[in-house]
Design a protein around this ligand. Structure first.
Ligand code: F0G
Length: 352
């Protein structure tokens, strides 16, 4: 087997690149599909976790960023910009560093996870905190990039969606076909759009035979698509998907409708339960937003949605690594007990 050299090299024929495109890559993609026994029991299906936290910067954003930054570089851009709840910023900062471009990131002040901020800063992106939320930051990023020589690398940039669709290719390559269901968190709605595009293109190319039902999940306090209206002040513990007016709203609805799937909401409590279940029973550490997809399938299973699909395959995208947000992980958990390096004291603590 050829060594993995990033998704542009692997899926070149399906991507908008040519021999002239300078490939800016950190060898992203090729993430594992981990079987999830505890979720099989709950859903009656065969559940696989597409662990996107194992990408170079710890989230699925790297798939889109390798294409967007490569094309920006090909075009001769010097500066890229994004608005971000954190992961896009981390990814843009890393790929811009790798490609020798300047990166400016606009983040909602006070509402991004610590690890993501650290990533943007260490890669020397210019980090600007906006007195407002993600939607406000995206509006100003769109305005600046439309009027000045700065490339927008949010998922409004079509190259981002092109790169992200490769996750669907990998799933089909791994399973031999598309799964019956695909569950995914929805924030700005680029990723559900990208997966659906990927599944359709792979089927058209004869590389897979079927299409999945797309199951998207928003956080209850940030569920504009479910409520069919813009949410002016979105709120959720899952800061990555704290978005009230998704850029890819229409294409997310298309993915839902064409696939005969659904977009539903999950509460912060359900998200945190799924977050801990994954960590404690599957050994998989994700950030809260990623757990929305798992919370969603648990909710659907309880409502009987999967009845009649016993043993069918379901893939859940786990969008970002748990280390991104150590503060949420440690909140409400007891601090380690401090004792002397003494055998008896330790045996007593562990009950032996
Ligand atoms: N999960 C994580 C961990 C994310 O960072 C995001 C989006 C999503 C899910 C939702 O994906 O926007 O394509 O529907 N994060 C963006 C950012 C908004 O700025 O990092 P989506």
């Amino acid at each position: 087997m050829m060594p993995w050299k990033g998704l542009i090299n692997h899926y070149r024929e399906y991507l908008p690149v040519s021999d002239k495109t300078p490939v800016v890559t950190l060898y992203e993609g090729h993430t594992p599909l981990v079987p999830a026994e505890p979720l099989n029991k709950i859903t009656g299906l065969q559940v696989f976790l597409k662990y996107e936290g194992l990408n170079p910067t710890g989230s699925f954003k790297d798939r889109g960023m390798t294409v967007a930054i490569s094309r920006a570089k090909e075009k001769g851009a010097r500066v890229v910009m994004c608005a971000s709840t954190g992961n896009t910023a981390a990814s843009a900062a890393a790929y811009a560093a790798c490609g020798g471009l300047k990166c400016v990131v606009l983040i909602p002040n006070g509402n991004i996870a610590l690890g993501k901020l650290a990533q943007a800063m260490i890669h020397k992106a210019q980090v600007i905190a906006i007195d407002g939320n993600f939607d406000d930051a995206l509006n100003v990023a769109k305005d600046i990039t439309a009027n000045y020589p700065v490339e927008l690398v949010n998922s409004l940039n079509p190259f981002r969606i092109e790169g992200q669709k490769t996750a669907a290719f990998e799933i089909c390559d791994f399973l031999g076909d598309a799964p019956q269901f695909h569950a995914i968190p929805v924030g700005n709605a680029g990723n559900i759009t990208a997966y659906w595009k990927g599944y359709k293109e792979y089927k058209e190319a004869g590389r897979s035979q079927t299409l999945p039902k797309m199951l998207g999940f928003q956080a209850a306090g940030a569920a504009p698509i479910v409520h069919k209206r813009v949410i002016a002040k979105p709120e959720t513990i899952a800061t990555a998907i704290r978005i009230g007016n998704p850029a890819s709203w229409k294409t997310a609805e298309q993915a839902r409708d064409e696939s005969q799937g659904l977009i539903d909401l999950v509460t912060d409590e359900e998200i945190l339960q799924a977050y801990h279940l994954l960590a404690e029973e599957s050994g998989v550490f994700v950030e809260p937003a990623s757990a929305a997809s798992v919370a969603g399938i648990i909710k659907l299973a309880k409502a009987g949605y999967f009845k009649g699909h016993a043993e069918g395959r379901l893939v859940c995208t786990l969008t970002g690594h748990g280390l991104k947000d150590p503060q949420t992980a440690m909140k409400d958990l007891p601090k380690p007990v401090v004792v002397k390096a003494d055998r008896q004291a330790i045996l007593k603590l562990i009950g032996i």
